[in-house]
Design a protein around this ligand. Structure first.
Ligand code: CTP
Ligand code: CA
Length: 224
């Protein structure tokens, strides 16, 4: 009964969420990846669904069970994630970029398994499209929430990212230390927007996602 009467302020809103890592193939059996588990993105997709949103989740490879969202689209590479997002973003009011998208991909993808040689090899990498920046630069643009994983100067780096990409909101966390983040069940976050911020202490990603979804709903409402 409690659940039935819970307010669903995002009813009718289509929300696109990216989550998880990407895999950038070197050859048919090898890739460059990262330590993202997808937990934060999946928790956010869940929290936004609970607030009434129609969530499209575009996910890189994770070990997580499929969450109960309106649509789940599974991708591998940044290029596939980019294409999946661009094909659906026009109908979305909100874009949440929780994926850890690889900044680069191998310049060449070998058609056959690379053979080993005794000498050093050099890997050439080319930049991937910045999905979030491209979505934020659209006209009209959806309300955008980005993430920033930093190893230092959290607030400065995150605010710079917010401004540079023209985002409405950014959730920043320190990674590679004791503060949570990648490959963990908990996370401490700093949420920033143009004229405000809120600190979320170390808590489960489930709870953090609900807090973020709450702040997002408020900021989204204020932006309309
Ligand atoms: N992002 C994206 N597409 C990319 C790279 C990043 O959509 N090709 C999104 C991420 O999902 C995240 C935000 O941009 O929401 C910030 O990612 P991050 O790696 O912290 O920032 P970058 O802009 O890539 O800068 P850097 O890695 O140099 O810190
Ligand atoms: Ca990056």
């Amino acid at each position: 009964a409690l659940l039935d009467s819970a307010p669903r302020p995002l009813t009718g809103a289509q929300v696109l969420v990216t989550a998880g890592p990407t895999r950038e193939a070197l050859d048919p059996v090898r890739f460059i990846g990262n330590r993202s588990s997808g937990k934060m993105g999946y928790a956010l997709a869940q929290a936004l669904t609970e607030l009434g949103a129609q969530v499209i989740l575009v996910s890189g490879p994770t070990a997580l069970p499929a969450p109960s969202v309106a649509h789940l689209i599974e991708v591998e590479s940044a290029a596939e994630m980019h294409a999946a997002v661009m094909a659906r973003i026009a109908d979305c009011a909100i874009f949440v970029a929780a994926a850890a998208v690889a900044d680069y991909r191998p310049k060449q993808q070998a058609p056959h398994k690379l053979k080993k040689h005794p000498d050093t090899i050099n890997l050439q990498l080319v930049p991937n499209p910045d999905i979030l920046a491209e979505v934020a630069a659209r006209t009209p643009a959806p309300f955008t929430l980005g993430f920033a994983a930093e190893t230092e100067a959290l607030e400065t780096n995150a605010r710079a990212k917010l401004e540079r990409k023209g985002l409405d909101m950014i959730a920043a966390n320190l990674v590679g230390g004791e503060q949570g983040g990648f490959d963990r069940d908990d996370n401490a976050l700093l949420i920033l927007w143009r004229d405000g911020q809120r600190e979320l202490p170390l808590m489960s990603k489930q709870l953090a996602a609900r807090e973020i979804a709450c702040i997002l709903t408020e900021r989204y409402g204020a932006s309309a």
